[in-house]
Design a protein around this ligand. Sequence first.
Ligand SMILES: Nc1ncnc2c1ncn2[C@@H]1O[C@H](COP(=O)(O)OP(=O)(O)OP(=O)(O)O)[C@@H](O)[C@H]1O
Ligand SMILES: [Mg+2]
Length: 238
Amino acid sequence: MAQMRQEMIEIVRFDQVGLRYPGRQVLQNLSFSLRIGSFHFLTGVSGAGKTSLLKLIYRGIIATQGSVKVFGKDVSRIKTSTLPIFRQRIGLVLQECSLLSHLNIVDNVALALTITGARLNMARGQAIELLQWAGLGDYLKSKPTTLSDGQKQRVAIARAVITRPLILLADEPTGHLDHDAATRLVHLFQELNRIGTTILFATHSRTLVADFPYPELHLSHGQLITNSSHQSGSRSYA
Ligand SMILES: Nc1ncnc2c1ncn2[C@@H]1O[C@H](COP(=O)(O)OP(=O)(O)OP(=O)(O)O)[C@@H](O)[C@H]1O
Ligand SMILES: [Mg+2]
């Protein structure tokens, strides 16, 4: 019973996780958990394994040691046929936002919902609301190529959250942005976090980490070093 309750509050749990690519051990002995509603930064130098760790969560790759549980389930046991349903509950924001250049931003965002079976009109309505929330109300008819990098990232956030994911994984979304644009982007993530979305935000930027009161999962030499100096009572590590 106690274990069930624990699983309900932990959205992600790594137990002794290792990851080996051919010829290279990238991650080892990672044990940590993310509680529902938490916000963490994921840091580490280039090549430390941040993207790999995020991939382990959405089962882009499978751990070579240990267990990864997401929403209480061992991800290695998810059948390929049910992977799309599993991934609908995970929002992804990547550094290269890969928006479709021939569609305006409303349709770029709406598409993420229509592929789950929603009707186009309804999806467009929600996309417009989200884009307005993201400060892009004046750009609804614009194609992605006419937007700045920060604006594109805001479209990518709207696209990632239109399916109402439980957790949002961001892989260096601020990599190309100046400090002010990066800060504005983190504010959007903060708003999502306030309404309950769990956030894991990979970044190189020490300034961002210093500017916001969230705990840091730091990868170094394949291991996890947790800096909980900012940690509030609602967050935990194993
Ligand atoms: N598909 C792969 N096959 C083999 N090695 C890989 C593969 N993907 C990543 N690696 C290696 O794993 C290590 C971690 O890569 P990863 O992309 O997770 O790092 P990162 O922390 O996200 O780096 P960056 O900050 O540059 O994005 C690197 O040494 C990389 O070369
Ligand atoms: Mg990376």
